[in-house]
Design a binder for this molecule. Structure first.
Ligand SMILES: Cc1cc2nc3c(=O)[nH]c(=O)nc-3n(C[C@H](O)[C@H](O)[C@H](O)COP(=O)(O)O)c2cc1C
Length: 338
């Protein structure tokens, strides 16, 4: 059945078709809320384990830190056991802070696939269907599946996966257009994403290789998908969501000034620090290490936020030893000549 592109996933109306991809180590609450405010239509948590949630592991619960200002937000899970998914889904619904449950069927990391989770599920469409059904039975939240065209190009599995996901009753399918073998490198196969959209009765979100706002809009229009998910290009540039939405709506976009860039960096780092302190408190660890941990974790974001700024090299060397986020912020302000 052919359905026209829509901004709805189940009952959720998205205010933008450009979505933030789940990225372990990056898409924590501090970053997600910035992306939402700057125009992402839907954001996804870092990957959390259904087994961890089952055990109420502090680390897993921390991955699920969230808040009203980022909604709608999807809880993104990996696992291999339908019963554990069902338990996790019930817990997620009871938290009352999530709008959707997303099942990871694409992570190629051996630590995950060895447990029959992530990309290992690509070889078992029947199990994907069972998991989707288990989650739907356990909770009323809409369910989405994020997957890839297959593990290797010689054996595309996406047709079978689409049927499994639809038969299981999922609300949407998200396709990262690279084969699992290719991890995050090489071209994403958007032609296949477009073909799946043509064949699907549920919304299809495309993902992979989007580098600019105009690239996101072109993919949306050319492949007639219901949404375009952006990963790495949003790191250090959450304004990509503002720009893509402006292009779609034909409204002007002004790139961030150094002051605006600094404001977002400061908000991001301070919230990350707050969150690290809270994590340390919950896990019974030394809270005084939270400064160092947050500066280190912020590194990947910061080098992208400041990619075009002269003098970044020296700051890069300092970050690893900075214990106080406010010291780092002073250095950043100086670099931006504020
Ligand atoms: C650092 C990093 C972490 C990622 N973590 C996850 C994850 O936890 N779950 C997932 O489904 N995909 C994960 N991905 C894949 C992204 O969601 C996305 O599919 C991929 O990066 C392709 O999009 P892009 O080319 O726009 O970056 C990760 C990617 C990166 C670079």
């Amino acid at each position: 059945m052919k359905i026209p592109p829509s901004r709805k996933i189940a009952h959720l109306s998205l205010d933008s078709p450009f979505l933030l991809a789940p990225m372990a180590g990056f898409t924590d609450f501090a970053f997600r809320r910035i992306c939402r405010r700057l125009g992402a239509g839907l954001v996804f948590t870092e990957m959390a384990s259904v087994e961890g949630l089952r055990r109420h592991a502090a680390k897993t619960l921390h991955y699920l830190e969230s808040g009203e200002e980022e909604r709608p937000v999807a809880a993104h899970f990996y696992g291999g056991d339908p019963a554990a998914f069902a338990e996790a889904a019930a817990v997620i619904e009871s938290l009352g802070r999530f709008d959707l449950i997303d099942i990871n069927c694409g992570c190629p990391v051996p630590k995950i696939t060895r447990r029959g989770a992530g990309a290992a599920l690509i070889r078992e469409p029947g199990k994907i269907e069972t998991i989707v059904k288990a989650v739907r039975t356990a909770s009323r939240l809409p369910v989405t599946v994020k997957t890839r065209p297959g593990t290797v190009p010689a054996h595309p599995r996406i047709g079978e996966i689409l049927r499994a996901v639809e038969d299981g009753g999922a609300a949407a399918l998200i396709i990262h257009g690279r084969f699992a073998r290719d991890r995050h490198q090489g071209e994403a196969d958007w032609e296949t994403i477009g073909e799946v959209k043509e064949a699907a009765a549920i919304p299809v979100i495309g993902n992979g290789g989007i580098e600019t706002a105009s690239g996101a809009l072109s993919a949306l229009r050319r492949y007639r998908v219901d949404g375009v998910m952006i990963g790495r290009a949003a790191i250090g540039n959450p304004w990509i969501f503002t720009e893509a939405k402006a292009l779609l709506e034909g409204t002007p976009f002004t790139p961030p000034s150094p002051e605006e860039r600094y404001r977002v960096i400061a908000e991001h780092l301070r919230n990350l620090y707050r969150s690290k302190r809270e994590e340390a408190r919950i896990r019974g660890r030394d809270q005084s290490l939270a400064g160092l941990a947050s500066c280190r974790e912020f590194y990947g974001h910061l080098v992208n936020y400041l990619a075009a700024t002269p003098g970044l090299g020296e700051l890069r060397r300092k970050i690893a030893h900075t214990e106080n986020p406010e010291t780092l912020l002073r250095d950043i302000a100086a670099l931006l000549e504020l």
